[in-house]
Design a protein around this ligand. Structure first.
Ligand SMILES: CC(=O)SCCNC(=O)CCNC(=O)[C@H](O)C(C)(C)COP(=O)(O)OP(=O)(O)OC[C@H]1O[C@@H](n2cnc3c(N)ncnc32)[C@H](O)[C@@H]1OP(=O)(O)O
Ligand SMILES: O=C(O)CCC(=O)C(=O)O
Ligand SMILES: [Zn+2]
Length: 445
């Protein structure tokens, strides 16, 4: 049976291509597409917004101490930027921003403000490394939020950007609700702010309406009119936040906004963990060189506890069954080579895989590996026979690991010292020992 995930060759499961030389070239089919010549899939950065967008999550209330703990954990994980709530949101928000700036973290600290000089004046005094400025450009927001036209937006953007730049700190300009904004308006405003030396421009899918093709097209178009970096922010209302982030990088965006578990307004934004899952499939070396992935689970637990939610069962990487294999066909192949049914290697995240064999979908290969683990000796035919018994009980009720182990041990005992019945047959005590809870049904391999 397979030892652990470290036994998988790093390129396990990938196609070998290239016959021109004697060497076979290993190519990752899930990596950057050479046709995306502007792609930043292997060169992306993270703007971590748990302490800004995440604070807008319905359940979030972060004390100063909790913010500091989260900021330190994010920094330790290796995020490039940490974005904080606007210092004009409240007195405590400003003080917290100043306190986090004083921590001396490796990550650059940003604060997020409206496109207004009143906010900018406060922001630059907090000690941040950069300011993220945003203003709505869609008809909806222009009419119902701030009520300003594109000329006014351009003027105030230039004023705020020049002011922040004069303080020697980074400045990003973003249009809110970009995907429901007029493309000509968007390109004009981005061209204007790029000309005056903004560090980054941002695209925001504020309502989560965009799909990956729209994202790719907008990023590619924007890339052709600005020379600065492009940052993207995706809400997850229609379930595209991770896919949109990936496609944005393919199109040439450089920075992606994320939050731990995706917490944010409504159902949130691109989750840090989910994006890590996507990116490690694309470029494992790059991701491992930058981010301490084995800290992900603790980081998610920290934030989940702070905002009083559970880690979703189907969360990428850290969902309780993210590396659990159940059906017999899967289990057999996984035991032979985990790459058969895993695109991610759990050991990259400090995690382990499991075979769930205590159920009626199990197969004799999984049971045989359990027999081996129990240090018992049964022939293949005997393993098949005991598997039939396990499946039979599995048809009656949910099983746990003790159920299966008891069936195996009894079977083993009987075949080792058979009870001779009057008819000359062999009797097995089948299921009379079965009891216990239904937890712990998994076999760790
Ligand atoms: C999509 C996003 O997530 S953007 C980030 C959202 N973040 C926040 O809202 C931070 C927390 N917010 C707050 O604490 C408050 O909303 C504050 C302090 C920013 C403003 O509070 P108030 O002055 O009481 O205004 P209120 O919240 O009711 O309305 C927002 C105001 O900002 C204006 N505004 C909204 N967006 C922008 C913008 N991008 N640039 C400039 N002004 C804006 C609105 O016109 C409105 O102004 P009004 O006073 O003329 O009505
Ligand atoms: O500043 C940004 O780019 C995004 C702001 C935001 O949270 C949003 O538009 O959803
Ligand atoms: Zn948002």
């Amino acid at each position: 049976m397979c030892e652990d995930a470290n036994a998988i060759p790093p390129t396990g499961g990938f196609k070998e291509v290239g016959e021109a030389t004697n060497r076979n070239i290993q190519q990752n089919p899930y990596g950057p597409n050479p046709a995306d010549f502007l792609s930043n899939v292997s060169n992306f950065e993270l703007i971590e917004s748990t302490l800004r967008e995440g604070e807008q999550f319905a359940n979030a209330f972060f004390t100063t101490e909790k913010k500091i703990e989260i900021a330190k954990a994010l920094d330790d994980f290796g995020v490039d930027y940490i974005e904080l709530t606007s210092p004009v949101a409240s007195e405590q928000s400003r003080k917290d921003c100043e306190a986090i700036c004083k921590l001396g973290l490796k990550a650059k600290i940003l604060t997020h403000i409206r496109c207004h000089m009143d906010d900018a004046r406060v922001a630059v005094e907090t000690g941040v490394d950069g300011v993220d400025v945003v203003i709505g450009t869609s008809q909806f927001l222009r009419q119902y939020s701030h009520g300003k036209d594109m000329n006014y937006i351009a003027q105030s953007a230039v004023e705020v950007i020049e002011f922040v730049k004069s303080k020697g700190i980074e400045i990003r300009f973003s249009s809110e609700d970009s995907f429901r904004s007029d493309i000509v308006d968007l390109l004009n405003i981005y061209r204007t702010v790029d000309k005056i030396g903004v560090n980054r421009v941002g695209i925001a899918d504020t309502v989560g309406c965009a799909n990956p093709r729209q994202v790719y097209d907008l990023v590619r178009t924007l890339k052709s009119v600005v020379s600065c970096d492009i940052e993207c922010h995706f809400h997850n209302d229609t379930g595209c936040a991770i896919a949109n982030a990936y496609t944005a990088l393919e199109g040439g965006a450089k920075l992606i906004d994320v939050s731990v578990l995706g917490i944010g307004e409504r159902n949130g934004i691109t989750p840090l963990g989910g994006l890590m899952a996507r990116m490690i499939a694309a470029d494992r070396d790059y991701v491992l060189s930058k981010y301490k992935l084995h800290k992900l689970r603790d980081l998610e637990n920290l934030v989940a506890e702070a905002v009083q939610v559970n880690i979703p069962f189907n969360n990428p990487i850290t969902g309780f069954c993210a590396f659990t294999h159940k059906a017999g066909i899967h289990a057999k192949a996984i035991l032979a080579n985990p790459s058969t049914y895993e695109i991610l290697n759990p050991s990259d995240f400090g995690l382990t895989r499991y075979i769930h064999f205590a159920n009626r979908l199990t197969g004799w290969n999984a049971i045989k590996s359990r027999v081996d683990q129990l240090n018992l000796h049964l022939t293949d035919d005997q393993c098949k026979e005991v598997t039939t018994k396990i499946k039979k009980l599995g048809d009656v009720r949910a099983l746990n690991i003790d159920d299966v182990d008891s069936i195996i041990k009894n079977f083993h005992q009987d075949v080792s010292s058979p009870v001779i019945m009057p008819s000359g047959g062999t009797k097995f005590e089948d299921f009379d020992f079965l009891d216990g809870d239904l937890s712990n049904k998994r076999q760790h391999i």
